[in-house]
Design a binder for this molecule. Sequence first.
Ligand SMILES: CC(C)(COP(=O)(O)OP(=O)(O)OC[C@H]1O[C@@H](n2cnc3c(N)ncnc32)[C@H](O)[C@@H]1OP(=O)(O)O)[C@@H](O)C(=O)NCCC(=O)NCCS
Length: 146
Amino acid sequence: MIRIVPLTKELVPEVAAVEAVCFSEPWSEQAYLEACDKEDYLYLVAVDETGHAVGMCGLIIGLFEAEVMNVAVRPDYRGQGIAQKLMSALMEAGASQGVKEYTLEVRVSNLAAIHVYEAHGFVGEGIRPGFYRMPTEDALIMWKRE
Ligand SMILES: CC(C)(COP(=O)(O)OP(=O)(O)OC[C@H]1O[C@@H](n2cnc3c(N)ncnc32)[C@H](O)[C@@H]1OP(=O)(O)O)[C@@H](O)C(=O)NCCC(=O)NCCS
């Protein structure tokens, strides 16, 4: 049974480990520790029945919109609806903070992630050419508006 909980400092080492296996340019443990302290950062973690982190996602809340960040699920836990569950919880948490518009960037080849974002109302609105490194790739810019 997967539960979605707020990010805490105790979970940071495991979350950073999930990040490291999921991204070619991962956030550091320090970056996640700082995320715990920032009021405009809203980070959620998917934990398994033993309380271990298996995925996470975040929201950086700005003046006019919030940016969805660091959506990832450990490879051995993918395909079970965990990213969908994380995104549902993130959209609920954002709404409770008064967020009206969300944006994010995603690699154009990342069809699984794009599918998840579309399921939560995100629409592709543009391309940022060569945005990603390792490997170089265009970003699809997606928005979810009221
Ligand atoms: C993207 C990612 C978070 C998805 O996590 P997940 O827990 O496996 O996702 P879920 O099981 O909740 O949902 C995946 C959905 O994508 C669909 N999907 C999977 N592969 C797909 C593909 N190649 N094309 C289209 N849809 C696809 C699944 O059918 C499922 O759809 P459904 O919910 O309608 O049944 C995970 O693959 C990951 O961590 N990738 C590496 C990090 C990353 O790229 N993050 C996104 C950064 S923007």
